[in-house]
Every structure is written in C-alpha cells, then in structure tokens.
Design a protein around this ligand. Sequence first.
Ligand SMILES: [Zn+2]
Length: 302
Amino acid sequence: MIVCDTHCDVLWTRVFHPETAPVVTPENLNEGGVSLQVCTLFAGSGGPEKVPYETGMKQYHEFCRMVENEHWLQAFSPLEAEDGKSKAMLSMEGGEILEGNPDRVQEFYDYGVRMIALTWNRENEIGCPAKAGPEGHIKETGWEILKEMARLRIAADTSHLNEAGFWDLIDKHAHPPMASHSCARSLCDHFRNLTDEQIKGMIRRGGWIGINFYPSFLSVTGKADAQKIAEHIDYICQMGGAEHVGLGSDFDGIETVPLDVRTPAEVPHIFAELRRRGYRETDIEKIAGVNFLNYYRRLGWE
Ligand SMILES: [Zn+2]
C-alpha cells in the first residue's frame, strides 16, 4: 500500500531544536510503511521581517546532509512514491521564504520543492493568514508567484491561509489547491481547520485535504487518537470527498500527539480504525496515498 504524509517539521526540529529527537526518521517511516513523507522548509515564526530565506536554506542544507549521510532518499516527483521505498519530498511552509520574488519559485523547484503553503501564521507578500481573520485577498505579487507555481506544477497549499485567499485560489488559480495539514472545523472549531463550505469547494475543484494529527485541531478536548483522525477522514468522505482526503500528520511540528499515533511507525493504526468502521481495502488505499498521487496527476505530473 502506498502511504503519503504531506506535512512534517523534521527539518525545522533538526536545525533549530537539536536537543529534541525527531519522530520522523527513516526507521519509523519504514516501520509505518510510509512511502512518501513530505518535509517542509518552514519560514520561521518571525514572518517577512526576519530572515525567512536564510531560515529556509538552513533546513534545505540539513536535508542535503541527511540524503548524503543518512538513509534518506529524496523524491523529485510525488509519483516516485509508487516504487515502494520510503522517500522524502520537499515542501515550503510560509511563502515569505520567496521574499516576494517570483524567480525564487524556480530556484526552490530545482531543490525539489513540490508544494508551497502560501502563508504561515503571518501576513506576507503573497497573502494573509487564517490567524488574522477571514479578510485580505491574494496580493498582486502572490498571483505572480502562483503563476510560476502553476507553470512548474507546484501544489498551492492553503493550510494556514485565510478564507478570502482560499476562495481566490478556488475561483481563480490555474490548478486545484490543496490543504496539506488541516482538519474539519465542524468537528473541532479552530481557525486552522476548514469550514464545510471550504471542504465542499476543495472537492468541487478537485483539490486534496491532508488531516492533521495535532490533537488540538482534532478535538476541542485537546486529546485524540487514531479513532479521532478516522472521524475527520470519515466526515470528509461523507461529504463526497473519498477521493480528496488523506494524511498530513504535522509530526515534529506539534506539541502533543494522538495517544496511539505518536510516530510515523504507528500510522497503520489509522487504517485499522477505518477497517473497523467498515471501509473497504480499496477505499483505505485511496485515503492512504492514491488520492494524493491522483491530485498531483491533476496538476500534470505523470
Ligand atoms: Zn503548519
């Protein structure tokens, strides 16, 4: 079975919190059968005023060291997940790393970045975050950057983006957008989660949603387990999204983890829970990874 996880902060943890042992390791990925782990270059929490480009590059250089010296394999296409070996693919979280320069999209494409979260929790040259409220459209520079992303078939990630920006992408972006690590707001009312309307918009447009494992996004109690993750997946499936949902753990970027899904090695617990709910094997395979690869096929990857 192909298993894809579309967001983790192992690079940030390794560079900026070396005292913390990351849970995203080749051993855990292999044990959990994760075929493709997306590892993000995080802009840092300082926003455009800090040094997002340098911050991103430090993580890229760490990734290069991991590929060179450890048992990490880099995927330059999401479809490399199909060859059965655990691989890591780069993404970007916080478009301020591009410093408002559309030419930088090609630079990061050359490094292997195949997904860009337009904002993190701070306003940048591209748009505004959900944390600041629903208002504020995609900016002119943002559209120039999005045009480059579409040309290079880089996925536009709306996790952290505000509602106005989200709908701009649904209505006007050349490609269907995605949300790499977000949950359903109807099940857990948090600004980082997607409203029913947003989920429907994503399904209608041919997008994709990766369920975040952060207990605070899964449940208002702040406690969660594989059952809770399956509940969010099931909710989206019930809305007609059985081909548009999957996994976006946020491992190494979250302060707490679900009780029985603490590392990538325990990801199969989610599939066991879906089986318990009566999901067929073919449907579980779609959720585990096929949906994500099909999403990239819609962007033109083959
Ligand atoms: Zn995030």
